[in-house]
Design a protein around this ligand. Structure first.
Ligand SMILES: NC(=O)c1ccc[n+]([C@@H]2O[C@H](COP(=O)([O-])OP(=O)(O)OC[C@H]3O[C@@H](n4cnc5c(N)ncnc54)[C@H](OP(=O)(O)O)[C@@H]3O)[C@@H](O)[C@H]2O)c1
Length: 288
C-alpha cells in the first residue's frame, strides 16, 4: 500500500516515521518544509494535495496548527490548516479511494463534564483551536470519504514543543515551579498513538471507519504530570500546585477532558498503556 503522511516533522509525524521504518508498505512523508526523507506538501494547497495523494491507499494527517494560545488571535489561519485543509485531504482521499486517518482533539469538548467523554458526547469547544479542529472533523464527515478520526489529548514526545520537554527543562533549571492542578485529563505519548496508527495499517483494519478516542489510560492534572516528570527524571525541583486563574492564558482550557477509550480497545483489540508507564518508557529512551 502507498501511505502519505502529512506533518511528518511534528511530534506525531516523527513518531510515525520511526515506527513505520520496518514496514513493507511504501510510506511517503511530507511537511510544510522539505528535509531529508520528507517532501514538501502544504495541506492547504489543494492542487499539491491532489497530486501528492494520487494513487494513495491511506492518508495519515498529522499536520495541524497546534498553537492553542496563538489560535485565539489567528483563528482564520488556524481554520485554514485545521478545518479547510482536512476538507481538501478528505476530498483527495475520496477521489483516490483512500482512507483518511485524521487526528483531532479532546479540546472539541467544553470540559464541563466529570465522567470520561465517549465518542458520542456533544462537542462544544471553549477556544478557537477547538472550534477549528471541530470544523475539520465536520468537513471530513461531510466529504463522503472513508475516514478514521482519532481524538487525542495532551500529546507529548521527545521532539517538538510540548509539556514534557518544557517541564524537563524547567525542573532542571528552577528550584521551584507552580503548575495548574484544576485541569484534569490524560497525557498521550505520541509513540503510543503512532503505534496504534501503524497497527491499524499493518493489520489491514482499514474498514473500521469512524471517530475514536485515544489517549493513554489513567487520569491526572498538569500538576500531577509535572511532578511525575520531575520525579522520574531525578530532578529536585519543588513542584507546587496552583489554580488556572493564577496564570491567565489567551485561550480558555477545558477543565475536564478525560477520554473514554472503550471503543478503540474493543474495535482494534489494543491495550492502552497507562500514562505513567508510557512516560517512563520515553524517559528510558525506549523509542530510540
Ligand atoms: N499537541 C497536543 O497536545 C495535541 C493534543 C490533542 C490533539 N493534537 C492533534 O494531534 C495532531 C498532531 O499534533 P502534533 O503535536 O504532532 O503537532 P505538531 O508537533 O505541531 O506538528 C504539526 C506539523 O504540521 C506542520 N504543518 C503546519 N501547517 C501545515 C500545513 N499547512 N501543511 C503541512 N504541514 C503543516 C507543522 O509544521 P510547522 O512546525 O512548520 O508549523 C508541524 O510539522 C494534530 O492534529 C493536533 O491537532 C495535538
Amino acid at each position: 500500500m502507498k501511505i502519505i503522511v502529512t506533518g511528518a516533522m511534528g511530534q506525531l509525524g516523527h513518531a510515525v516515521r520511526k515506527l513505520s521504518s520496518g514496514s513493507d508498505h511504501t510510506f511517503v512523508f511530507t511537511d510544510m518544509n522539505e528535509s531529508e526523507g520528507v517532501s514538501r506538501l502544504d495541506i492547504t494547497d489543494s492542487e499539491a494535495v491532489k497530486s501528492m495523494t494520487d494513487g494513495a491507499d491511506v492518508i495519515v494527517n498529522c499536520a495541524a496548527y497546534t498553537d492553542v494560545n496563538g489560535a485565539e488571535a489567528n483563528e482564520s489561519v488556524a481554520m485554514k490548516v485545521n478545518a479547510e485543509a482536512p476538507g481538501i485531504l478528505a476530498e483527495a482521499a475520496r477521489e483516490a479511494g483512500a482512507l483518511l486517518m485524521h487526528i483531532s482533539t479532546d479540546y472539541v469538548f467544553d470540559g464541563k463534564g466529570n465522567v470520561p467523554y465517549d465518542e458520542d458526547a456533544q462537542p462544544s469547544p471553549v477556544n478557537a483551536y477547538g472550534r477549528t479542529k471541530l470544523e475539520g472533523e465536520k468537513a471530513i464527515a461531510a466529504s463522503g470519504c472513508r475516514y478514521m478520526i482519532f481524538r487525542t489529548s495532551w500529546l507529548y514526545s521527545d521532539v517538538g514543543k510540548n509539556f514534557y520537554l518544557t517541564m524537563n527543562r524547567l525542573t532542571a533549571e528552577k528550584p521551584e515551579i507552580k503548575v495548574v492542578m484544576d485541569q484534569t485529563g490524560t497525557p498521550t505519548n505520541a509513540y503510543d498513538l503512532a503505534f496504534l496508527l501503524c497497527h491499524i495499517i499493518e493489520n489491514g483494519m482499514l474498514d473500521k471507519t469512524g471517530i475514536y478516542n485515544y489517549s493513554n489510560d489513567g487520569v491526572c492534572s498538569w500538576y500531577d504530570f509535572a511532578r511525575e516528570i520531575n520525579y522520574m527524571l531525578g530532578h529536585t525541583c519543588r513542584v507546587e500546585p496552583c489554580m488556572t486563574d493564577e496564570f491567565p492564558t489567551p485561550a480558555q482550557r477545558p477543565q475536564y477532558s478525560v477520554l473514554d477509550k472503550s471503543k478503540i480497545k474493543r474495535t482494534f483489540g489494543v491495550d492502552v498503556p497507562h500514562w505513567r508507564e508510557s512516560l517512563q518508557l520515553l524517559i528510558d529512551e525506549h523509542y530510540n
